[in-house]
Write a protein that binds this ligand. Structure first.
Ligand code: SF4
Ligand code: SF4
Length: 330
């Protein structure tokens, strides 16, 4: 009896070991193919964005006219290494929010231009940390119902923590929640976002205005400082302070190549590197974060602000939106 008991225990352990092994093998295989896919993408982007190639074939990617990512807040409950909005540890944390009035401005502009978005994504930071998320959703829902019934409204969340989950639980059914805690898999690796291609001699002959596939896959970006070819570019501008956001949707298309040229040269999504759990920063980013720490950049403000207490010190002008220190609307 005792021997049978012993054999049973050994068998259980063996099963558990095999289960763990197959899990590790599966995870390694997934990571291997992810890396292979990424390497192929980077190789293509590198070759395709070389100046002579662009001169011959034109640009390989066009900014999307049907998808938009709105960074409604830069607050986040996590501090991921290599955060591509620079709100992770050792980067440039922020409490900057978009206002509900700015979302109304976006809706008015979309209406005026007859723009029917295929998908509107709410991101951040962690979008559930925006105190007026429900109002933002209501404004967008009214636009969708009246002007663009086919638009899909998505909210991208890290899905971490009780507070985030409570907010998610209160969202209306028509909001499609994309939860990265469910989609990112077991091995949380990150792009080396803070390795700027401009710091690498390999990118000497690159035409950065080419952009990467994100402008087509994810869409254009809208941030508190205006429109960008992608929301990542808006996040870079928040740190480096070029103040290059486009303040009107009507002018957005004209400025995209200029913005790509400015921001892709700093963006780790453009530079081939291995995924990593660690933060690595090239000189351009070390300097940018140091400057940010010394003095937060002043950027123009998109749309209208509103008369909620936290914004009351900021002047309101319609024709020429005010420059603002990031802290002025936090
Ligand atoms: S959850 Fe997203 S926004 Fe927040 S720190 Fe991580 S990568 Fe950045
Ligand atoms: S800024 Fe980054 S994410 Fe945006 S297009 Fe350029 S390389 Fe891609």
């Amino acid at each position: 009896m005792r021997i049978q008991h012993l054999l049973g225990a050994v068998k259980n352990r063996a099963y558990r070991f095999v289960d763990t092994q197959s899990f590790i093998d599966r995870q390694s295989a997934i990571n291997f193919f992810k890396e292979l896919y990424r390497a192929t993408e980077y190789l293509y982007l590198f070759v395709r964005s070389q100046k002579p190639v662009v001169r011959f074939f034109g640009y390989g990617y066009e900014p999307s006219r049907e998808k938009i990512e709105i960074d409604i807040t830069y607050r986040c409950n996590l501090s991921c290494a290599n955060c591509n909005r620079s709100v992770g540890e050792g980067q440039a944390k922020s409490n900057l929010d978009m206002t509900v009035e700015q979302i109304r401005t976006f809706v008015e502009e979309s209406r005026a231009m007859g723009r029917r978005w295929k998908v509107i994504k709410l991101l951040g930071g962690e979008p559930t940390m925006h105190k007026r998320l429900q109002e933002i959703i209501a404004v967008l829902k009214a636009y969708i119902d009246q002007d663009s019934p086919g638009t899909r409204l998505e909210l991208w969340t890290n899905g971490e923590g009780q507070r985030v989950r409570e907010v998610l639980g209160r969202l209306p059914d028509y909001v499609v929640v994309i939860d990265s805690s469910q989609t990112r898999g077991a091995e949380p690796l990150f792009n080396s976002f803070n390795l700027a291609p401009v710091d690498s001699p390999f990118y000497k002959y690159t035409d950065f205005a080419h952009g990467c596939s994100i402008i087509e896959k994810c869409g254009v970006g809208l941030t508190p400082s205006g429109y960008y070819p992608c929301a990542v570019a808006g996040g870079i501008d928040r740190v480096v302070g070029h103040d290059s956001g486009t303040l009107h949707l009507a002018d957005a298309d004209a400025n995209m190549r200029k913005q790509l040229d400015e921001f892709c040269r700093l963006c780790g999504h453009f530079r081939a590197s291995r995924s990593s759990r660690n933060q690595r920063k090239s000189p351009a980013w070390v300097e940018a974060y140091q400057r940010y720490k010394q003095k937060k950049p002043q950027l123009s403000t998109y749309g209208k602000l509103e008369s909620i207490p936290v914004l009351s010190e900021t002047p309101r002008t319609a024709a020429k939106p005010p420059k603002r220190a990031e802290s002025a609307v936090e």
